[in-house]
Design a binder for this molecule. Structure first.
Ligand code: 5GP
Length: 183
């Protein structure tokens, strides 16, 4: 059996990467989506083991020390990390694995997993990103400001990625994503 591949999808919060990934998983059920761990509190409707593994800071730090993450990063005062074990198992079984993570962790993947395809989703503009974060209605004003400031830093890394896709029109962005993954 041939080895699977690792696809890393990143971009600022609110850019629509979650929507793109959901469409991808719906259309291609054979893809394996990696569920991350986080110390952030669950949002309404989020389920432990489905959306994230919600951990305490102590539990998360233990896993860092145990080398259990392929990558991890701090984001808007919380920790987020990709559990290593499932990913390696799935890839060895020939599966294509999808990670949806923030930019610093996505950039680090090239060290632990050089063959990964790393895709950066860009907003049409910062103004549009702010509008989407506000419309999404999942975060407080203070958190939105943190996320926007972080977005400005994240956008500076865009040229270090293999593929860049502007999410202006969702359908076009999805087609470009499909092409990048299945070309
Ligand atoms: P949210 O709190 O909105 O669910 O996620 C905040 C950010 O953390 C998003 O950009 C999301 O893609 C990213 N993220 C989710 N899981 C991981 C992970 O395992 N590692 C890293 N580095 N970022 C993650």
């Amino acid at each position: 059996m041939s080895e699977g591949k690792l696809i890393v999808i990143t971009g600022p919060s609110g850019v629509g990467k979650g929507t793109l990934v959901r469409s991808l998983l719906q259309k291609y059920p054979d893809l394996y989506f990696s569920i991350s761990a986080t110390t952030r509190s669950p949002r309404e409707g989020e389920i432990h083991g489905k959306d994230y593994f919600f951990l305490s800071i102590e539990e998360f730090k233990q896993k860092i020390e145990g080398g259990e993450f392929l990558e991890w990063a701090q984001y808007a005062s919380n920790y987020y990390g990709t559990p290593r074990q499932n990913i390696e198992t799935q890839i060895n079984q020939g599966k294509t694995v999808i990670l949806e993570i923030e930019v610093i962790g996505a950039n680090l993947i090239k060290e632990s997993f050089p063959s990964a395809l790393r895709i950066f989703i860009l907003p049409p503009s910062l103004e549009e990103l702010e509008k989407r974060l506000k419309e999404r209605n999942t975060d407080t004003e203070a958190v939105i400001i943190k996320r926007l400031n972080r977005a400005k830093e994240e956008l500076m890394f865009r040229d270090q990625f293999d593929v860049k896709i502007v999410n202006d029109d969702l359908e076009i962005a999805f087609e470009l994503l499909e092409k990048a993954i299945f070309k």
